[in-house]
Design a protein around this ligand. Structure first.
Ligand code: SF4
Length: 342
């Protein structure tokens, strides 16, 4: 099987004690069934401790927000007692993510990780690395997969263009996605695609920003960042800094890399593209007046934890794509032109 990743995948190393986060704090950790069975089969004091700290649904029973095996030196007691070969799948992989498409496996590094976010924001025009992996193929719709791969490549080529303002690139991507979805929904039709037309001219950035209040907050940090963004929303947006243009394109590319091809499973790409366009701009708004790299890094992680690593919130965004006027293409294009004016 072919294994494809962005070039920064191999450059990733956990920065451990230099990280301001700890991924063993604040997350529910599900244990894969093989590892849970292994943990339950261990005898002795440590085996008993494992059994006492695994819930019936095979998750670790957190102590406050902490994994029960994160010791006072912030080291993992499971690695200390059993070696890192006996970590559960999530702990082994995180922050790497993978998806399997027939004889192709794609992977990357998640934006919620501090070092991952640094690599994603700062790597322009990402090259792809290809290798082989010995895994079993699944069946997929090959025609649709090739169509989606070619479409994603077209979008990436567009994002890489040096002769086009960021706002124009993102608006073009939004229109293109609508057309792609029409082609996927109507494979046999001879009808021409008719783009959605804007019926209002008083597009409000606030309407889209306020939509984010409807998502279940992951923690108090998100709630306060969201409130700050909403209350300090400028009436006039200043032009993007040169480096911010890169951050936006790099983030958009990350979201497309991670989600676009999943359309092969559900026949739906519109919400995935809208998510990829809206997310970098919401991160820009979360940064407010602090437009430093550190602020982009912090807000990218925060947004990712809130919107990417919550299945409910991702699904709700997908539903809203088809329900909420402020997520329709023409409205989003106005949002893009307002927030990403170069
Ligand atoms: S967030 Fe990333 S860099 Fe920080 S501890 Fe976790 S894996 Fe390491």
């Amino acid at each position: 099987m072919q294994f494809i990743t962005p070039s920064y995948y191999n450059a990733f190393h956990c920065i451990a004690d230099k990280c301001t986060d700890n991924c063993c704090i604040g997350w529910e950790i599900g244990i894969d069934s093989d590892t849970a069975a292994y943990y339950r089969s261990l005898g002795g004091d440590f085996g008993r401790r494992l059994c006492d700290n695994i819930a019936e649904d095979d998750t670790f029973i957190l102590q406050g927000e902490r994994c029960p095996f994160l010791n006072e030196k912030n080291l993992c007691d499971i690695i200390i007692h059993c070696g890192d070969g006996h970590l559960c799948q999530i702990c082994r992989d995180h922050p790497r993510y993978f998806e399997w498409y027939g004889n192709v496996k794609e992977g990357g590094i998640g934006l919620s990780c501090e070092e991952g976010a640094r690599l994603i924001l700062s790597t322009d025009r990402v090259a792809l690395l290809e290798s082989q992996t010995d895994e079993q193929e699944d069946e997929i719709d090959e025609d649709l997969f090739h169509f989606l791969c070619a479409s994603r490549k077209q979008i990436f080529d567009l994002l890489d263009r040096a002769d086009m303002p960021v706002a124009d690139k993102l608006c073009t991507v939004l229109s293109f996605a609508e057309k792609l979805q029409f082609m996927m929904d109507n494979p046999q039709t001879d009808d021409d695609f008719v783009p959605t037309v804007c019926t209002k001219n008083d597009i409000s950035v606030g309407a889209l920003v306020n939509l984010f209040s409807a998502f279940e907050p992951i923690d108090a940090v998100w709630t306060s960042a969201l409130q700050k963004m909403q209350t300090q929303l400028p009436t006039e947006f200043s032009a993007l800094l040169k480096q911010e243009e890169h951050y936006i394109i790099n983030l958009c590319r990350y979201f497309l890399w991670r989600y676009f091809l999943k359309g092969v499973f559900d026949g739906e790409i519109l919400s995935k593209v809208r998510f990829a366009v809206v997310s970098p701009l919401i991160i820009r708004l979360l940064c407010g007046e602090d437009r430093s790299f550190a602020s982009w890094l912090e807000n990218s992680k925060l947004y990712s934890k809130q919107m990417e690593y919550s299945d409910e919130n991702r699904e709700l965004f997908c539903e809203y794509t088809y329900e909420k006027e402020c997520l329709a293409t023409p409205y989003l294009q106005e949002f893009v032109k307002t927030v990403a004016a170069g």
